[in-house]
Design a protein around this ligand. Sequence first.
Ligand SMILES: NC(=O)C1=CN([C@@H]2O[C@H](COP(=O)(O)OP(=O)(O)OC[C@H]3O[C@@H](n4cnc5c(N)ncnc54)[C@H](O)[C@@H]3O)[C@@H](O)[C@H]2O)C=CC1
Ligand SMILES: CC(C)CC(=O)C(=O)O
Ligand SMILES: [Mg+2]
Length: 353
Amino acid sequence: MKIAVLPGDGIGPEIVGEAVRVLEALKRDGLPVETETALIGGAAVDACGDPLPDATLEITRQADAVLLGAVGGPKYDVLPREQRPERGLLRIRKALNVFSNLRPAILYPELAAASSLKPEIVSGLDIMIVRELVGDIYFGEPRGIEVRNGERVGFNTMIYSESEIRRIAHSAFRIAMKRGKRLCSVDKMNVLEATQLWRDVVIEVSAEYPEVELSHMLVDNAAMQLVRNPKQFDVMVTGNMFGDILSDAASMLTGSIGMLPSASLDANGKGLFEPIHGSAPDIAGKGVANPLATILSVAMMLRYSFDRSAEADRIENAVKKVLASGLRTADIYQPGTEKVGTRQMGDAVIAAL
Ligand SMILES: NC(=O)C1=CN([C@@H]2O[C@H](COP(=O)(O)OP(=O)(O)OC[C@H]3O[C@@H](n4cnc5c(N)ncnc54)[C@H](O)[C@@H]3O)[C@@H](O)[C@H]2O)C=CC1
Ligand SMILES: CC(C)CC(=O)C(=O)O
Ligand SMILES: [Mg+2]
């Protein structure tokens, strides 16, 4: 099992460091894992002026899976767009064609008090958000800022092809089949043609999954329903931008964005695994970031890319144990629990393995 490790920027190296220590602990128990670290994002810009150097891409292509921290930071926001860290992230997702981004929002019972919603509304919450990851307005052309009629205009293109929608729809239906057999497709078909096609194609694909109950929701309502009654959802499928936004919102139902892992899979199950959050410049370098989203992303890697569900279970159970023992990073801290830093949280998970 060759894993390319891309720590990135901000809290990236801190949280990925703990996830790699978890992998090393499993290696001591016999997991045949090798890691190779490479640059991405701002760290790569600083080193060679390119947020996704060829060497990094080559290492990720040779690897069986990729573990990524996060990229970006205010220092890079002034750079031309192609040199920005976020471009490196979009490029690696596209290059690896990891179109199916699974973002599970699960509430650990111990964190009910940390949720932004009342415990009775979120207890037992277990949603899977399936986000299309390599299309939509984040990639559409044309895009730019230019002068038209004497003033600047900024523009992007929301575009989806039938085949792009079809493959993510299949991915979501297959996941729904393994879960509660309910799929809610989120779009904005009342005003956007790209998402009218989205809805039409999802309906066509649904004919192949008669056991799955398909519903549709406009994205503004979906955002509202997520905070009104999130347990109505089993699996949600949506485009790149809507999924980006809805999954950040869903993360707070579980206590913190520092809790949500993700798997981004290609058509063969090869994947890139990363927490859903960003580089958190406001807390970077302080040793306080929550590493659990990244550690849980390793569990998703073992489950989805390597079919190692026993080891994935071990990690997830260790996280449960640590939370039950009362340890909390600052983002999920509640009175009566014990506040710990990034490294101590990693230590505790490894001890609980
Ligand atoms: N996948 C990626 O690499 C992503 C990168 N970004 C980039 O990250 C930078 C910061 O973006 P923001 O909008 O601030 O989003 P962010 O997700 O980095 O942070 C939002 C808030 O959540 C907190 N937070 C995030 N992860 C945490 C963790 N593990 N533990 C504790 N608290 C955590 C941060 O401290 C901050 O208050 C930007 O440059 C942005 O472009 C943003 C999202 C995803
Ligand atoms: C560069 C962004 C699209 C990253 C992000 O916010 C995400 O994937 O959640
Ligand atoms: Mg995001």
